[in-house]
Design a protein around this ligand. Structure first.
Ligand code: NAP
Length: 441
């Protein structure tokens, strides 16, 4: 048992997540004390505007002097739920250097400055926990860092952004256009008024960078992630996916290529409707992990919201409090494997390409020759006429991104190809294609 019967906590931020954390620490104090080995008490909360109304949060605890939270002599654990890069980065580093353990929900910060922050925690012999930074309430950081750390992870594939999953679900189930669903999502509070970080895949990129670092013991930052969002998707893309019994999801994927490099990417992806991730609807998140001995694991739940995110923060808080009470430290990140990062050009997947072509003899043969010339093998072609034009929907076997890119570039130069309407990646089992997993070890 710790010499301290009370563990004092400083909060940075009392917005959606922080206010909920403060309320739960207050309302659940006896359970938290029994589980932690000491009572947990919030003694100071840093905010931008002390005057704001925050139901259930004591105004007396609020301060606009954030530095005073991380230098408070009695605070042993700092919970950073303010978001953004600065001043969050400097404050966390200052707290760690002051021998205080830190809980953070800040994916953007960890994906950019994770190495510096992990090093500061290690150098000071304190804990740094961040379960809430990826997929809200879903336990995925700790499983990768601790539960399956003895296994060899081959691949992590997740739906880690609720806003885009909500939009794609509505587009699929209600035949709605991207613009109309985005407006509805904004009205319901599922999407920000500036939705760029979500719809362009930046939020998912930060999360998969964190998961890739843990899964492959390699430092992966946001700049290592290829990200492409959903804003260009049309109702026709969704319709075509449905016609071949697939669904489009914004997937964040981290895997080891057959050349031993780590590939990390976020993009709209067709997956078979029978795939476990296809059943993840609306704003829910899920992460699918493939490991050598464990096989396939799936983690599912709420990826955002005040209460679900606060649940993950409180789990970290109790874990650290136990260490303070009974001794010990949590698992550490390791980057011993130090694998190279693969560029997107070297990644192999299947593709679905939709072309608007002239409806005349010889077109199909020329298009097929163009694919063959760039070493992209075609699995199926569907053609439908529409007056003078025809739509060609081509599914390829697994091909390198760079080969697909040169194919598309040449297709665009053919006068019989009026438009390359869309190019989408396809994941999931291709029973006829033994090479479809060629990007994986
Ligand atoms: P939020 O509602 O915007 O709250 C942010 C809080 O931090 C506010 O209390 C704000 O003060 C304070 N703050 C921000 N910048 C500040 C500054 N420069 N100086 C002083 N105070 C500052 O954000 P949130 O939704 O709770 O998210 C917090 C963190 O959790 C972010 O890193 C986010 O990515 C992460 N997260 C959120 C969710 C979610 O569902 N919301 C889910 C997973 C992870 P004022 O109140 O005075 O403005």
């Amino acid at each position: 048992m710790s010499a301290n019967s009370v563990i004092k906590v400083g909060l940075l931020g009392a917005g959606t997540v922080g206010s909920e954390v403060a309320r739960l620490i207050e309302s659940d104090q006896s359970d938290l004390a029994a589980r932690s080995g000491a009572a947990i008490e919030v003694v100071t909360i840093g905010v931008r505007d002390k005057g704001k109304d925050r139901p259930g949060v004591s105004r007396d605890l609020l301060t606009e002097d954030l530095d005073s939270v991380v230098t408070h002599p009695d605070v042993e654990i700092v919970i950073e739920v303010m978001g953004g890069i600065e001043p969050a980065r400097s404050l966390i580093v200052k707290a760690l250097n002051g021998k205080k353990s830190v809980v953070t929900a800040n994916k953007a910060l960890l994906a950019k400055h994770g190495a510096e922050i992990f090093a500061a925690a290690k150098a000071n012999g304190v804990d740094l926990y961040y379960e809430a930074a990826v997929a809200g309430a879903i336990p995925i950081v700790r499983p990768l860092r601790e539960s399956i750390v003895g296994d060899r992870v081959k691949r992590v594939m997740g739906i880690v952004n609720g806003t885009t999953n909500y939009i794609l679900t509505k587009m699929d189930e209600e035949n709605a256009s991207y613009d109309s669903v985005l407006k509805e999502a904004q009205r319901l509070g599922y999407a920000e008024s500036d939705p760029t970080a979500d719809v362009e895949g930046h939020d998912a990129a930060a999360k998969i960078a964190i998961l890739a670092s843990l899964a492959f013991h390699t430092s992966v930052g946001i700049d290592d992630v290829f990200a492409s969002g959903i804003s260009h998707l049309t109702s026709r893309d969704i319709e075509i996916a449905r016609a071949i019994d697939h669904v489009i999801k914004l997937l964040a994927i981290a895997e080891v290529t057959n050349k031993g490099a780590v590939s990390v990417r976020v993009h709209p992806t067709l997956i078979p409707r029978s795939h476990p991730l296809a059943a993840v609807r609306n704003a829910f998140n899920a992460v699918f992990v493939e490991a050598k001995s464990a096989g396939e694991l799936m983690f599912y739940g709420r990826g955002a919201g005040g209460a679900p995110t606060a649940s993950a923060v409180l789990g970290d808080l109790v874990a650290i409090s136990r260490h303070i009470s009974f001794g010990g430290l949590g698992g550490r990140e390791s980057d011993y494997a130090d694998l190279p990062i693969a560029s997107i050009e070297e990644v192999a997947t299947r593709y679905l390409i939709r072309l608007d072509v002239a409806d005349r003899p010889g077109v199909l043969a020329t298009v097929a020759q163009t694919f063959a010339k760039h070493a992209v093998s075609i699995q199926t072609v569907r053609q439908s006429g529409r007056g003078e034009d025809a739509e060609l929907v081509i599914m390829t076997h697994s091909a390198l991104d760079k080969d697909l890119a040169s194919t598309v570039s040449e297709l665009q130069s053919l006068d019989m190809v009026k438009r390359v309407e869309s190019v989408l990646r396809v994941e999931g089992v291709d029973p006829s294609d033994s090479s479809s997993n060629s990007a994986r070890k």
